[in-house]
Design a protein around this ligand. Sequence first.
Ligand code: ADP
Length: 159
Amino acid sequence: MRRAVCPGSFDPITNGHLDIIGRAAKLYDVVHVAIMINPSKKGLFTVEERIELIREATADYGNIEVEAFHGLLVDFCKQREIPAIIRGLRAVSDFDYELQMAQMNIGLSGVETLFVPTNPTYSFLSSSLVKEVATWGGDVSHLLPPAVNAALVQRLAER
Ligand code: ADP
């Protein structure tokens, strides 16, 4: 089985994430989507909610496993015999940080990082920007899976 992981915060998953996950799913037998838990960052959605939204958005691919992980990404990979991390690159501004992480991770454990260039349609898209625009009433439905947009609208209305 050829395995890879798409790690991130996914708070919430966007069409940009989905594009990367879907492309990875065509290259690997199993793609793990790992929600990396950062205790110092309180998300808009709970980890359980994020898992549910990702499961629903990726159900049709048939080879996606979604779970949360608390700890180092390289340990997640080691425990599941995953040799490759897939990261999306949106712009040059992503590159510095991603290069550092990739070099750290290969040094720690030998796990490779593969960069996938973003679909230009989504190169400006991030979970935080979507949340900001939606907070002020902007329509972001074309940037999110339908269930995610519904959950976002509802969560913001509750506040
Ligand atoms: P992180 O905080 O670890 O960057 P994110 O949830 O923001 O977590 O992103 C997870 C992964 O998805 C990263 O590799 C990121 O570059 C990629 N990604 C995020 N948004 C997009 C997008 N619009 N197009 C392509 N890749 C994206």
